[in-house]
Design a protein around this ligand. Structure first.
Ligand SMILES: Cc1cc2nc3c(=O)[nH]c(=O)nc-3n(C[C@H](O)[C@H](O)[C@H](O)COP(=O)(O)OP(=O)(O)OC[C@H]3O[C@@H](n4cnc5c(N)ncnc54)[C@H](O)[C@@H]3O)c2cc1C
Ligand code: SF4
Length: 322
């Protein structure tokens, strides 16, 4: 079992609003940087590809904030982390559970100066679908130069967040995540990396110091915590992690989370998602050079039969609730 499970958020409103959940990653990272350490995290590059970067100052932290639903380029990050650790520098590494496990097996032993942070992981889309999505947007006259897949302008609770997209003319648009074609394919598990459908890194026991996640369902479980701005579910796994959490706790609003209930709203904590029946069709059509958005329009169109099924289900639920 984790040492502690917290429902929490960063008291700094600006940082919290620019983070995906409660902005706890930023607080942990700030503390490491204040202590003269380094943070290794995934950031967008100029082409909106996601790559690991070494962060040395608090000014650079905003670049790393926010969930990016794209597999990151790792480059030499494991070697860079090792070099810093061997020099005695404090390091915070943040990544998917498989990246964290990969780092720990590369290092081969525990380092007291390493804080390892993973997150609850639905799975991660490959880089090809992402590139094809960007191409498809460009062909439609919208060359994207900035992206936030978890903008909270329209809220966070019940998954009400938006995609914020900036194009090369400086126009900014907000699109509900439920209407964005890249996000639809991600949620429908059409183009996750193959290993994500049989992930070996699930469970509430981790070798990392922290697991961060969205506290989905908090609006029902602990509604007094939910203000629609993002609540984190934070699992602390180690003494080192607890010490770091305690050292920043004056900057956090927190209470104990109900982990058993939280898991019911967030199945990727414990189990892999099911591969979509449309995966093969998607890759066949994309490899034949078809347009990404056109394919996704076809694959995510709800048939008349399915619409009818949804309506009947809703009516039955309404009658039951009556
Ligand atoms: C692909 C993916 C799937 C996720 N699935 C779930 C889920 O099913 N349930 C759930 O509760 N939470 C999930 N999360 C985690 C959640 O979205 C938040 O990232 C987490 O709660 C931390 O939020 P925060 O506000 O503390 O920090 P944020 O500021 O949002 O920081 C997020 C941290 O994650 C890192 N990160 C972002 N994208 C990537 C990436 N592609 N590769 C490696 N590191 C990355 C950033 O560098 C940053 O350090 C997922 C995140 C990702 C990236
Ligand atoms: S679901 Fe598992 S294999 Fe896929 S990115 Fe997440 S941790 Fe890695």
């Amino acid at each position: 079992m984790p040492k502690c499970a917290y429902a929490c958020y960063n008291k700094n409103e600006e940082v919290r609003m620019s983070s995906s959940s409660g902005g706890i990653y930023s607080l942990l990272a700030e503390k490491i940087l204040e202590d003269g350490g380094e943070v290794f995290a995934a950031c967008y590059d100029r082409n909106l590809e996601v790559s690991y970067r070494k962060i040395n100052s608090i000014d650079e932290l905003p670049d790393s904030r926010g969930s990016k639903y794209v597999a990151s380029h790792m480059g030499n990050v494991f070697q860079d982390v090792l070099d810093s650790l061997q020099k005695g520098i404090k390091v915070l590494f943040v990544g998917t559970p498989c990246q964290c496990e990969g780092l720990m097996s590369f290092l081969g032993k525990r380092y007291d100066n390493l804080v390892c942070v993973d997150f609850i992981c639905h799975g991660i889309p490959g880089r090809i679908p992402w590139r094809k999505y960007l191409e498809s947007m460009k062909n439609r006259g919208s060359e994207l130069v900035g992206i936030n897949m978890r903008d909270k302008t329209s809220g966070w609770s019940k998954g009400k967040f938006c995609w914020k997209m900036t194009d090369n003319f400086g126009n900014t648009t907000f699109q509900p995540q439920s209407e964005n074609f890249f996000m639809k394919g991600f949620i429908a598990n059409i183009y996750l990396r193959p290993s994500c459908y049989n992930c070996q890194f699930k469970g509430i026991e981790r070798k990392t110091d922290f697991t961060l996640g969205d506290y989905w369902g908090v609006w029902n479980i602990q509604p007094e915590m939910d203000d629609n701005k993002g609540i984190s579910l934070v699992l602390v796994h180690s003494q080192k992690g607890q010490k770091l959490f305690d050292s920043v706790s004056s900057s956090i609003v927190y209470t104990n989370a109900f982990l058993d209930k939280a898991i019911k709203y967030n199945s990727p904590i414990l189990s892999s998602v099911k591969c979509s029946d449309n995966r093969k069709v998607f890759y066949k059509r994309i490899n034949e050079g078809e347009d990404f958005i056109k394919i996704m329009e076809d694959l995510t169109r709800i048939s008349f039969k399915d619409k009818l099924k949804i309506r009947i289900k809703r009516s039955i639920k309404n009658i039951q609730n009556f």
